[in-house]
Design a binder for this molecule. Structure first.
Ligand code: IPM
Ligand code: MG
Length: 376
């Protein structure tokens, strides 16, 4: 690509709580990567989140959707505030964004980087290097259901989980492509012994798609068993594909294993070019620590690196990952005030390494940055 092609239009949604702080740190790193790697970004700041909602009553609007659609990617901080009832912003904005732009895959690496403290005694980085591919638009997240006799002792609540062949197949195929690249096993995680209808659809889709990927070994693990194996033998997994709700749950477990929500990153990937992909740390808005500079920005910084990889800036993405990992290895186990550096200082340290092109030790194992660059 010529440098003319390498102008990336990014929409930035800082949101609430610690969202603005971690995005500030991520943008400092992004600026460093631009000067070191010779691409440019044009950034549109989007006002959205609790304050915007309280002031205007607006969540996800058609106008915003069209504005965002004209961007190459979206960087997202966090959303949620005690002043807004739980679920309003989550369902009314985040899920609308994922669904409107058909961000079909939620890609969440679970990689223990060297020197990062994990609560799992004796776990080493070589044993923990997997990617969870979470279906991101369907399942229990469609918000369908009904309650009859609400508020009475006879109340009946029905909550539906929608699984379409198309929605399942596209994430399963992506997961196979990822597993093929990584030379690893694809594990389907479900609860097909109980959720028979959805489980049968998922398993039969995996079986059929598997015929197109003869070199990829296939495994199946029930979600409860996976919650046992993931902390005890993470080396058993390379690529895990699962539905929206199971994926939500097991990726928080994965984040705990890899050293906490502060380091966990994600990519919400649109697979067909019909809309922008969105990149966000896994953590929420953490209103209890907002504004203090206690938040670890590494999750947001690695999400920004994933964004760059997706946009074709694989070298910059790998450099950011390496710099973040280098800095991460120097941090104490504790988050918050005992982290030793403020959110902004951590961003600056990582940005300096990226800008100077300082060579830092290569990261062992697979780099999801390579995967994203290859699979976009
Ligand atoms: C996540 C979060 C979201 C989800 C919420 C904030 C809507 O928990 O990204 O994992 O449930 O998907
Ligand atoms: Mg979650």
């Amino acid at each position: 690509m010529t440098s003319i092609d390498r102008i990336h239009r990014l929409a930035v949604i800082r949101g609430d709580g610690i969202g603005p702080e971690v995005i500030d740190a991520a943008l400092a790193v992004l600026a460093a990567a631009e000067s070191a790697f010779g691409f440019r970004t044009e950034i549109t700041e989007i006002a959205a989140g609790a304050q915007h909602y309280l002031a205007t009553g607006e969540l996800w609007t058609p106008a915003l959707q069209e504005q965002l659609r004209s961007h190459d990617a979206i960087l997202f901080g966090a959303m949620g505030d005690p002043a807004v009832a739980p679920g309003i912003l989550e369902r009314g904005f985040i899920l609308e964004m994922r669904r409107s732009f058909q961000q079909a895959v939620n890609l969440r690496p679970v990689k223990l980087y060297p020197g990062v403290v994990t609560p799992i005694a004796g776990l080493t980085p070589e044993r923990c290097d997997l990617v969870i591919v979470r279906e991101n638009t369907e399942g229990a997240y469609v918000g369908r259901g009904s309650t009859v006799h609400a508020g009475t002792p006879n109340a009946v609540a029905v909550q539906e989980s929608v699984n379409t062949r198309m929605g399942v197949e596209r994430v399963v195929e992506f997961a196979f492509r990822l597993a093929e690249r990584r030379g690893g096993t694809l594990t389907l995680c479900h609860k097909k012994n109980i959720l028979v209808e959805a489980g049968t659809l998922w398993q039969s889709t995996v079986d059929e798609v598997s015929a197109r990927f003869p070199t990829v070994p296939v495994d199946y693990v029930h979600v409860d068993a996976l919650c046992f194996y993931l902390p005890t033998t993470p080396e058993r997994f390379n690529v895990v594909v699962t539905d929206n709700l199971f994926g939500d749950i097991i990726t928080d477990l994965g984040a705990a294993i890899q050293g906490g929500l502060g380091v966990a990153a994600s990519a919400n990937v649109n697979l067909d070019g019909s809309g922008p992909s969105m990149f966000e740390a896994i953590h929420g808005s953490a209103p209890d620590i907002a504004g203090r500079g206690w938040a670890n920005p590494v999750g947001a910084i690695l999400s920004t690196a994933m964004c760059l990889a997706h946009l074709g800036e694989g070298d910059a993405a790998r450099a950011i990952e390496a710099a973040a990992v280098h800095v991460l290895a120097q941090l104490p186990a504790t988050a918050g005030p005992a982290m030793g550096f403020s959110t902004a200082q951590l961003g600056q340290k990582i940005a300096e390494l990226v800008r100077s092109g300082a060579s830092v030790a290569a990261i062992p194992g697979y780099s999801v940055m390579d995967d994203l660059a290859a699979l976009r």
